[in-house]
Design a protein around this ligand. Structure first.
Ligand code: ADP
Ligand code: MG
Length: 756
């Protein structure tokens, strides 16, 4: 039998999956360093991108250095070509210095010079330098110039000995600085990079040339060479643009591809569009308020999705208090109109309980009380609603489960247990998932119901909004509706910072005044129990103290996450119904709790919370017609005189305190949840955005979702138009793109249909 070997000369595939990577043969310390950096293949190495580049194209004379320093322009790195004049042995130092965690232990002093003068050099904790550099050694030195007393010196310069006949590698150029390890320095990585690029040969470029030209992007091979070995500063920008685009393009291609595949192949339910006399429309008509335009738009989008033959997968992003629950209920009612069941899932029992109460009230308004259904089953349209959580008592639970299976329950409200456990719907038509972003393709598979004509429609809701471009990247298989409008008549919430005992007393007096007017106050703590490790106030400890010492005349309740559910419900109900005036709580009240007569939110140790979280907490008040207040209390000493961002007093200030103040002031100064969520992401890093998402997503090594939103949009649009013309990427010129998309995405993530 003859063997035909077809060798496709594509060149090196940078995004090849690990098993198709080109192994890197290295031994010794370099190998250890590479392993620590997670670099196993040539592909990994080439994608180990520089953190930044430094410009070492300018060589100075030592005489120029003094002039630079005198001109006040000493800041920044300089490099000189000089000879070692003197080099001392390491001397011990260290005693006397305090409060620095990394005390230098030894110091080497030396003197280097060229034809124009000489300059002192010092190194700390680098004894080996004294062995490597000898008087007479000729080297390039680069580092920071500083003045020590009157003397000019270079502190801890890096250097490269000049070898005759060899062009210097790390000077006289734009130098990339890599994330490095103890075993493998940035310079060492540069050497490996050079070898790898030389050895790799041509680099495959899957982008069809006409498209590449249209986008004005350099070829991939050139971009890789220039990011690692730029000839000029400008090279880096073009190279980066191409590499960022590449990461985002195959990411978007996969997202759109998967979405289209689902739409083509997964059977959904075509619900009727709500018309006159439908449950959904009657419900809206009976609401005690008009829908906002944003709510109307979202309902319209939901109705459109649900009418289609494939399942809806829509994300409703909304500002806190924008009225997402109504939209969710609208979707449930569309399903019920056709005789289907609906599920409404909340992240906590407190919230599930609250949704149950709200939904019951709203349905009663529109369709009469629940009991009516039993008496007038033939004529009543009143949907049957049940609550099911982890703490539903056993007999009731069995009864509810049986009713659900028999199709007697129209709407089942509960926690996530609803879909994870053995709840068997007879005809599930729609599912709402509140405050849950982790709801990916795979979880949806659990929602197929027996007896139903197809997969149910799904609506996911979140009050931690992110810009649309980010949402389509992170929740790429979801369509997005945005509620960017608050119901009319909402009063702005006055937010203040309280960092002194007086300010806290003022807050207590405010709470008393509001309670006297029949309104409620939340006091939220970061901790549940007393802890001796941190000096933070805890909900439990403070609840007792507040009731006794601060508010002897008020009724103080307590709710925290570890209470048994019944206790939680009792505490929430007492507060909701005005039987307690003050509710001391942990962050169990963070999401979704809706108590319109609550007007004060006092957050203790507010600096411990993220900005989006503070905004969420603040959103628990300002839900009725009364003026509302949010007080961010903190032990961080505020630097009120120096507005954040003013460099004035920064030098003497603890940077952590300055940052905390900046964040608190940002929350106090803005009521825009989208803006705060974005700033929060900037502070905490975007890693957690993807962390919250399923793991099969391609990694981003160079692209930053916050920074490159314009490229995300470009990549998304291109992916859509490409898949419009070639849905399976079967065209010859798209073959390499298809291959790369499959390399970057795990097959199980793309081929959702087969694995279901
Ligand atoms: P969130 O979007 O934060 O989940 P909710 O759905 O809990 O907001 O709604 C917040 C409050 O606003 C509820 O009390 C709700 O009844 C009320 N609400 C919802 N939509 C409107 C509207 N269009 N006009 C006035 N009030 C509304
Ligand atoms: Mg909500």
């Amino acid at each position: 039998m003859t063997e035909t070997v077809v060798r496709l000369d594509r060149g090196l595939e940078v995004f090849a999956p690990p098993e198709r990577g080109t192994p890197l043969q290295k031994t010794g310390p370099a190998a250890k360093g590479l392993a620590k950096l997670g670099i196993a293949s040539v592909q990994d190495l080439l994608q180990h991108y520089p953190r930044y580049h430094v410009d070492r194209t300018q060589l100075r004379t030592i005489a120029e250095l003094s002039k630079l320093a005198d001109g006040g322009g000493a800041a920044g790195d300089v490099q000189v070509h000089a000879r070692v004049l003197k080099i001392g042995s390491p001397i011990r130092i260290g005693a006397g210095r305090t409060r620095t965690t990394k005390k230098p232990k030894t110091m080497i002093k030396g003197l280097i010079g060229d034809a124009t003068g000489s300059i002192a050099v010092t190194w700390f904790n680098q004894d080996w330098v004294a062995r490597a550099l000898k008087p007479g050694s000729e080297a390039f030195f680069y580092g920071r110039l500083s003045r020590f007393g009157r003397e000019l010196q270079m502190t801890a310069p890096r250097w490269e000995v000049v070898k005759t006949g060899k062009e210097p590698f790390n000077v006289g150029r734009i130098i990339p600085i890599y994330p490095a390890t103890a075993e493998l320095s940035s310079d060492g990585l540069r050497k490996l990079m050079w070898e790898a690029l030389e050895g790799a040969g041509p680099i495959a470029d899957p982008l069809p040339p006409p498209l590449r030209t249209r986008l004005k992007l350099p070829p991939r091979g050139e971009a890789l060479r220039l990011i690692h070995f730029p000839d000029a500063k400008g090279d880096v920008f073009g190279a980066r643009r191409r590499l960022v685009f590449d990461e985002l393009f195959t990411l978007q291609l996969g997202l759109v591809y998967r979405k289209r595949l689902l739409e083509r192949t997964v059977q959904g339910i075509s619900h009727h569009r709500p018309g006159p006399g439908s449950l959904a429309e009657e419900f809206v008509a009976a609401l005690p308020f008009e829908l906002t335009r944003a709510q109307e738009r979202a309902c319209e989008e939901v109705a459109g999705d649900m009418a289609r033959a494939h399942p809806m997968h829509r994300l409703v992003e909304g500002e806190v208090g924008s009225g997402k629950t109504v939209v969710a209920l609208y979707a449930c009612l569309i399903a019920m109109d056709g005789g289907f069941q609906a599920a409404f899932m909340a992240p906590t029992e407190v919230l599930a309980e609250q949704h149950h109460i709200t939904v019951d009230e709203l349905l009663t308004r529109a369709f009469g009380p629940a009991e009516g259904r039993n008496l007038f089953a033939a004529t009543s349209k009143r949907p049957v609603v049940r609550l099911l959580t982890g703490s539903t008592p056993h007999p009731e639970r069995q009864r509810t489960l049986a009713e659900v299976t028999r199709g007697e329950v129209d709407l089942l409200i509960g926690t996530h247990a609803l879909i994870q456990e053995a709840v068997s719907f007879s005809k599930l038509g729609a599912a709402v998932v509140d405050e849950q972003h982790r709801f990916g393709v795979h979880q949806r598979k659990g929602l197929r119901a027996k007896g139903a004509a197809g997969e149910p429609d799904i609506l996911v809701m979140t009050a931690t909004p992110i810009p649309r471009t980010l949402a389509v990247t992170i929740y790429g298989d979801l369509d997005v509706s945005i509620l960017d409008e608050l119901p009319r008549g909402r009063k702005p919430i006055t937010t203040t910072l309280a960092a002194t005992p007086q300010a806290r007393t003022d807050a207590y007096r405010l709470i008393e005044r509001e309670a006297a007017a029949g309104r409620g106050a939340f006091i939220v703590y970061a901790l549940r129990d007393e802890s001796d490790k941190v000096e933070l106030r805890s909900a439990k400890g403070e609840a007792a103290r507040l009731a006794k010492e601060v508010f002897p005349d008020l009724r103080v309740g307590l709710v925290h996450g570890d209470m048994p559910s019944a206790g939680k419900e009792t505490a929430m109900a007492a507060f909701r119904e005005g039987r307690t005036d003050v509710l001391v709580a942990t962050t169990v009240v963070e999401v979704g709790v809706d108590i319109p007569h609550a007007t004060v939110m006092l957050i203790e140790d507010a600096d411990r919370f993220g900005m989006a979280q503070l905004h969420q907490l603040r959103g628990r008040v300002g839900r009725g017609d009364h003026d509302s207040y949010c007080i961010l209390a903190t032990d961080v000493a505020l630097d009120g005189a120096t507005p954040a961002g003013n460099a004035g007093a920064k030098a003497t200030r603890d940077p952590a305190a300055a940052l905390a103040e900046e964040r608190l002031r940002a929350v106090a100064g803005s009521s825009d949840g989208f803006k705060l969520a974005l700033e929060d992401l900037r502070h905490r890093g975007e890693g957690q955005l993807f962390g919250a998402r399923q793991s099969g997503m391609p990694q981003l090594k160079m692209a930053r979702v916050l920074e490159h939103q314009d490229v995300i949009k470009l990549a998304r649009d291109l992916a859509v138009s490409l898949l419009d013309t070639d849905p399976e990427l079967r065209a010859f010129e798209h073959a390499d793109l298809a291959r790369e998309m499959r390399s970057r995405w795990r097959a199980s993530e793309l081929d959702v249909v087969q694995s279901g």
